[in-house]
Design a protein around this ligand. Structure first.
Ligand SMILES: [Cu+2]
Length: 131
């Protein structure tokens, strides 16, 4: 058997090409796998808080204070519909159906004391402290 050095080169080059192609394909896959877990799942403390204002017997029961921008759930245990409406009319406004209805709103991002009321019942008042 006689192997021409040129033929050997061709064989080697072909093998190298196949190796490169295979390597490139797996490399791309590896990159995609490496980049997807890069998105951090760590949530800011304010958004991970479980905060609920419960409305019962025409009164508000809520956390003493919340973080700026916190997501707040309103739960209405009364039969009547209520709202959680900031007195300034701008900071937040959430309407919640009666009979166990729920609604969500986002707390103001500016720390402070925000008084609120029910748009339907003028005797209902509450206070949201953001700090
Ligand atoms: Cu009400």
């Amino acid at each position: 058997m006689r192997l021409n050095p040129k033929a050997m080169m061709v064989v080697l080059a072909t093998a190298a090409l196949i190796a490169l192609t295979g390597c490139g394909a797996s490399g791309t896959g590896g990159q995609a796998t490496a980049s997807s877990p890069a998105s951090s799942s760590a949530a800011p403390p304010g958004t991970s808080q479980q905060l609920t204002i419960t409305i019962k017997d025409f009164g508000y029961q809520g956390p003493a204070s919340v973080s700026p921008g916190a997501k707040i759930t309103v739960k209405n245990d009364d039969a009547q519909a209520h709202t959680v409406t900031s007195d300034d009319g701008k900071a937040f406004d959430a309407a919640v159906d009666g009979g166990g209805g729920t609604a969500q709103f986002t707390a103001p991002t500016t720390p402070g004391s925000y008084s609120y009321h029910c748009a339907y019942h003028s005797n209902m008042h509450g206070m949201l402290v953001v700090k």
